[in-house]
Design a protein around this ligand. Structure first.
Ligand code: C2E
Ligand code: MG
Ligand code: MG
Ligand code: MG
Length: 283
């Protein structure tokens, strides 16, 4: 009986593995044409000031819905794109599409800033700085209106290289954000050396902040530390009003989360923004 149970387990387990493997293989095969044929989409999520609730800018987030594969989340396909070398083309597409949108918004008089996510491998790409600088120039956008987000763990892949590349980007006028901060094991000595403007507190510290005094303590001291290092703080993953109230009290600068808006396609974001601005002007 014991042997039989083990067998059943082995079969189920390996079927699960096969399915996962197959899906990953299909993603790897489908991604290059999806990028080439512009079947990926960008969604935008607002970043708001804690001081006055104004929308300061948006973060661009990749979306991919494939006919066969269904919705493929960036957490699923970005790591594969890094493994296959597709990431560079993907990053170029994201920069182009996101900056096109920013240019449109600026032409409409919406003075938003825009954040783009970079992957660890992008930091090893020598032409990265020239590429984003040109992309901004071609569209008449100032580098100061563009933030490049890199996760703390991406920085830790090769800290020296990251410090060098982020320094070049910052020298060119771009803002740098350290994303998912608190989950990537950077030492304080490394944090101090990072050429950065913004620290984004990982949402695992934010999700239960209204009820967890431990999370409040972590976030309060991280905000103090960030401000000592002249970094602004962003809290991601605000889902409830109670979390927002606590973060305002703790002196956080900027917030982002489903409580305000999910990431939305450009047209939907514009509608959301109009409604939101009407609301805060009447409040
Ligand atoms: P991230 O840069 O930390 O982005 C924030 C993620 O949290 C997004 O997931 C967003 O949809 C989600 N989020 C925002 N507010 C809330 C909230 O209140 N609650 C919860 N539960 N989640 C919230 P998404 O879009 O699935 O992206 C996941 C990650 O994939 C991103 O994390 C980023 O690391 C990566 N990614 C997304 N787009 C790109 C891209 O264009 N290039 C690169 N290299 N990476 C990207
Ligand atoms: Mg990000
Ligand atoms: Mg993040
Ligand atoms: Mg993340």
């Amino acid at each position: 009986r014991q042997a039989k149970r083990e067998n059943v387990f082995a079969v189920v387990y390996s079927q699960g593995m096969d399915e996962q493997y197959l899906r990953r293989l299909q993603i790897v095969q489908a991604l290059p044409s999806a990028v080439r044929e512009q079947r990926l989409q960008l969604h935008f999520q607002p970043k708001l000031s804690c001081q006055n609730g104004q929308v300061l800018g948006v973060e661009a987030l990749l979306r991919w819905r494939d006919e066969q594969l269904g919705v493929v989340r960036p957490d699923e396909f970005i790591p594969l794109a890094e493994q296959t070398g597709e990431i560079q083309r993907l990053t170029r597409w994201v920069c182009g599409a996101a900056l096109d949108q920013l240019q449109l918004w600026h032409e409409q008089g919406l003075q938003l800033s825009l954040a783009i996510n970079l992957s660890a491998l992008d930091l090893q790409w020598h032409e990265l700085v020239a590429f984003v600088t040109d992309a901004a120039k071609q569209r008449g956008l100032s580098a100061a209106s563009i933030t490049l987000e890199v996760t703390e763990s991406a920085v830790m892949v090769d800290p020296e290289q990251a410090i060098l590349r982020l320094g070049e980007l910052r020298q060119a006028g771009f803002k740098i954000a350290i994303d998912d901060y608190g989950t990537g094991y950077a030492s304080l000595a490394q944090l101090k050396r990072l050429p950065a403007d913004e620290l984004k507190l990982d949402r695992s510290f934010i999700q239960n902040i209204a009820s967890s005094t431990a999370d409040q303590t972590i976030v309060r001291s991280t905000i103090l530390l960030a401000h000592e290092l002249e970094l602004t703080t962003v809290a991601e993953g605000i889902e409830e009003d109670s979390a927002w109230q606590v973060l305002k009290q703790l002196g956080c600068d900027t917030v982002q989360g489903f409580y305000f808006s999910r990431p939305l396609a450009a047209a939907q974001f514009e509608q959301w923004l109009h409604r939101y601005q009407r609301e805060i002007n009447h409040a």
